[in-house]
Design a protein. Structure first.
Length: 321
């Protein structure tokens, strides 16, 4: 995938680039909406991003995928200029999901000139560990702000087929093996193929590459451990990894944490022992073992899911007969 994304970014001849994957469907009027944002946004529209829908084929349900932005910025249809540095720092906090405002490629258009500058800096626009996150980090470290359209312009089908999602339930060893990188984790203190750790690795390496060590100095290091331990809770609930492998991954986290400051260790311990985390952990285990028959109902009730016969129909396109 990283090589494919890099190849298309080199072949593209337009003023802006977006990635439309084999699981993506553009909403009706998406291109007109994006073009209007470029015309009206000026220099703030070198990067334009938007949220997306998820279409679950097995249930024929469409759900809005949102997260990561303050409530005063999530009014549907709004157009907001967001500060890049605030997005970066916010995404690294344990309590914050990665915002849909990130320019992942498949939810953004980015100017060709900026992509060229990123490639000159890093050798590639889409780096192999996490091509979507590495691209987003490079964009945000290159520009002060971006334009966010809080209007879903794309539908992503079959989210369970995502490399990152699959590795979140098991581990990323098989994916890393396809990259042929001798030492894929050199900046992160945790030496384990956890999805959150690999995302952190690309964040840390991007800050070094763009000489933004000031951002690293403002991070709370405990957040990395909390994100990785939260991922371990998900793996435990999924039950896809054998106990011995789970023990190895926990050991890698604990070994790195033991080298951190007393303050960092104390915060990790306090959060992990908090009632909120324990409730989440129990809920995940219950959902993993008992919720499959209830999942369509939960998507409708909790996620506002709506039924459509296909992603094309949900996107507003007339299907060919």
């Amino acid at each position: 995938m990283p090589e494919h994304w890099e190849q298309i970014s080199r072949l593209a001849r337009g003023r802006y680039l977006t990635v439309v994957t084999d699981r993506s469907v553009l909403m009706q009027e998406a291109l007109a909406t994006i073009a209007d944002a470029h015309v009206r946004g000026g220099t703030d529209a070198e990067i334009v991003t938007w949220p997306w829908y998820l279409y679950r084929n097995e249930f024929r349900l469409l759900q809005f995928f949102s997260g990561g932005l303050p409530k005063n910025q999530v009014a549907l249809g709004s157009r907001t200029v967001l500060d890049s540095e605030a997005l970066l720092l916010g995404s690294r906090r344990f309590s914050s999901p990665y915002p849909t405002a990130f320019p992942f490629g498949y939810n953004s258009t980015v100017s060709a000139a900026l992509i060229s500058a990123i490639r000159n800096n890093a050798g590639a626009a889409f780096l192999p560990l996490t091509p979507d996150f590495s691209f987003a980090y490079a964009c945000l470290l290159s520009r002060r702000c971006l334009t966010y359209l809080n209007q879903p312009l794309v539908i992503s089908q079959e989210p369970r087929l995502s490399n990152g999602r699959s590795a979140g339930f098991s581990d990323a060893t098989s994916y890393l093996a396809t990259l042929g990188i001798a030492d894929p984790i050199s900046h992160s203190p945790i030496k384990a193929p956890l999805v959150e750790n690999i995302i952190a690795e690309d964040f840390l390496s991007a800050c070094h590459r763009f000489k933004r060590l000031d951002i690293l100095a403002r991070l709370d290091r405990s957040d990395l451990y909390l994100k990785c331990l939260d991922e371990m809770d998900i793996k435990q609930a999924a039950g896809q990894l054998p106990p011995a492998r789970m023990a190895e991954l926990f050991h890698a986290i604990e070994t790195a944490l033991a080298q951190e400051s007393a303050e960092c260790q104390a915060r990790v311990k306090a959060v992990r022992q908090g009632i909120k985390i324990r409730v989440h952990r129990t809920a995940r285990r219950l959902l993993a073992t008992h919720a499959n028959p209830l999942r369509p109902l939960l998507i409708r009730l909790l996620r506002g899911g709506k039924r459509f016969e296909s992603a094309l129909q949900a996107a507003g396109h007339q299907e060919a007969r």
